[in-house]
Design a binder for this molecule. Structure first.
Ligand code: AMP
Length: 557
């Protein structure tokens, strides 16, 4: 692991070498605040009641301690840990996280959820697993069939417990927890702590430690005067969106913050491939390499620094005008620190955050804790970019008209003026100048999306870069289609765009994969590719359309 960082390290949390190695390979440089607080408590065996939203790193906060004790608790074929989650997508993401962290420990992790063939899940359970990540309904089903044995469970995790209660799983949770050993450890994470959750915690947790992330107030006056903007961007469109925003903002020098070393390296490559001058900076680089990078930034040979928090700690770059958060930071304090690098000494600073549609709540928390106002905007369109580029060309020409020695070109204009109108000559010259500063017209539109403000935002398969669910089959011309019944219609103000938006926002389907849409008074029918039907039903059930929950099923007509 990195040795020259000043913050607390994963090693200091007492994690075993196999886990430290996995974290280092993944490029995690330091624990997030929730990990810092929760890991020692959970490793020690305490019950825990943690308030933390998606994106804070809570998955690692409970999975690392479970893996830490894997061998000590492992006795045979029965699982030693059960993680209950509200949705199929989260089940897949969490078990992928377990796999990533527990690779060297040979952890056997199985996600089980409704909507997938039960036979395969039964077979896997039969052959022995260590950790089961399940939605409550399917867990109960398997428990009742006698296939899910809970008598050796050492730890139960309730992840996104508020969501599970909202989805009506309270009784299932009680039944499942009652079937686990009494002396088990129980860890509960929830983004909100409604009263109903307190009573669930009272029934099932023993003297829990309580952790609330994102409650500490930032120091007054710490937030500098900086123009703060967030752009809502689907994950896949982030590199293009970043390029577009950089083109519009034209920073003198900028730092782009990423979560991991891998992300730093990949993004640096992508940006350089797109013609920017970017340099990476992360904890895996030697001091000499870092000094070189800083030198290039200071001398203006590079104008973008792509960095992790750890590597950028303590950096003070005079000419920095922009700070970009490539992801919403995992803690508001980290946001405050990052943007504190610009807007100093009365100069204008700009902070830009790329947020995925599911990250609405995190951004709100940051606004509250940092006392900041972050204006949410859609990514500039191709038309915006063209306008901006023309503005830049006009500004450059003005400057040239006011200052440069132009007389040596007079003969060119005069000669051409014999043949052409002066306006036409000027137009041709502007065109050349414009193209020379990169006025290319080959830009693609970036999808315009909005935040999902629903409580269960973010559990679509497009949620995490590395935690993607399977991609539902696309529409093949002439391929089989299914019709979905959506229990909201004209009366609820539903328009085709709302349905397309919900489907494309929650699944990997694109607009062109969706077939005919009929809106009736009280319901709507949507045609989608048959292979994706179950996934779309699940995803739409877990979300809201026009702010309302709707009945979603295959249309039997
Ligand atoms: P979660 O809140 O568990 O959904 O995690 C949010 C994202 O942060 C996931 O993509 C994790 O892989 C990533 N992550 C978690 N912990 C760390 C860390 N200590 N350093 C960098 N990335 C992390």
């Amino acid at each position: 692991m990195n040795t020259d960082q000043d913050g607390p390290t994963f090693a200091e949390l007492g994690l075993r070498p196999e886990l430290l190695q996995a974290l280092s390979t993944l490029g995690y440089e330091e624990p997030t605040p929730i990990q810092l607080e929760a890991i020692p408590l959970v490793v020690e065996g305490r019950d825990l009641l943690g308030q933390a939203a998606t994106g804070t790193g809570k998955t690692a906060a409970f999975s690392l301690p479970v893996l830490q004790h894997l061998e000590a608790h492992r006795s045979g074929r029965s699982p030693i840990a059960l993680v209950l989650v509200p949705t199929r997508e989260l089940a897949v993401q969490v078990s992928e996280a377990f796999h990533r962290y527990g690779k060297d420990l040979g952890a056997r992790v199985l996600p089980v959820y409704g909507g997938a063939p039960i036979v395969r899940q039964l077979r896997s359970l039969e052959s022995g697993v260590d950790v089961v990540v399940a939605t409550p309904g399917r867990a109960l089903d398997l428990l009742n069939r006698g296939s899910l044995r809970l008598d050796e469970i050492a730890t139960v995790v309730l992840d996104e417990a508020d969501e599970m209660l909202d989805m009506g799983f309270a009784e299932d949770l009680d039944a499942i927890l009652d079937a686990t050993p009494e002396q088990r450890q129980t860890v509960l994470f929830s983004a909100t702590m409604p009263r109903r959750l307190d009573s669930l915690a009272r029934r099932h947790l023993r003297d829990p430690a309580r952790i609330t992330i994102a409650k500490e107030q930032a120091q007054a006056g710490e937030a500098p005067r900086v123009r703060q903007t967030a752009y809502v961007v689907p994950r896949g469109a982030k590199p293009a969106a970043l390029g577009r925003i950089l083109d519009i903002e034209a920073p003198t020098a900028a730092i782009v913050f990423c979560r991991t070393r891998e992300e730093v390296d990949t993004l640096t490559e992508t940006l350089n491939g797109r013609g920017y001058r970017a340099e990476p900076l992360h904890g895996g680089m030697s001091q000499e390499q870092r000094d070189k990078v800083m030198g290039r930034l200071r001398s203006g040979t590079a104008d973008l620094l792509v960095a992790t928090d750890v590597a950028a700690r303590g950096l003070d770059i005079e000419q920095l005008t922009h700070v970009v958060n490539y992801d919403v930071p995992s803690a508001p304090e980290s946001y405050v620190h990052r943007i504190g690098r610009v807007g100093r000494a009365g100069r204008e600073g700009v902070a830009i955050t790329l947020a995925e549609p599911r990250e609405h709540r995190q951004l709100k928390t940051i606004e509250k804790v940092a006392g900041a106002t972050i204006s949410v905007q859609t990514v500039p369109t191709v038309a915006d970019l063209r306008t901006r580029r023309l503005d830049l060309t006009r500004a450059a020409l003005r400057e040239s008209l006011l200052g440069d020695e132009l007389d040596r070109f007079r003969v060119v204009v005069e000669t051409l003026a014999d043949e052409f109108d002066l306006m036409e000559v000027a137009l041709a010259a502007v065109k050349l100048a414009h193209e020379a500063v990169g006025g290319a017209d080959d830009e693609e539109e970036i999808p315009q999306v909005a935040f999902r403000t629903e409580r269960d935002a973010g559990r679509g398969p497009a949620g995490q870069g590395s935690g993607r669910g399977e991609r539902p089959a696309r529409r093949v011309p002439g391929g089989p289609t299914a019709r979905l019944f959506v229990g909201l219609g004209r009366e609820a103000g539903i328009r085709p765009g709302d349905l397309v938006g919900a489907i494309t926002g929650e699944t990997e389907l694109r607009g062109k994969d969706i077939g005919s849409i009929e809106i009736h008074q009280r319901f709507a029918l949507v045609e989608i590719p048959e292979p994706a039907a179950d996934e779309v039903v699940q995803a739409l059930r877990a979300t809201m359309i026009k702010g309302r929950k709707a009945t979603i099923r295959r249309d039997r007509a």
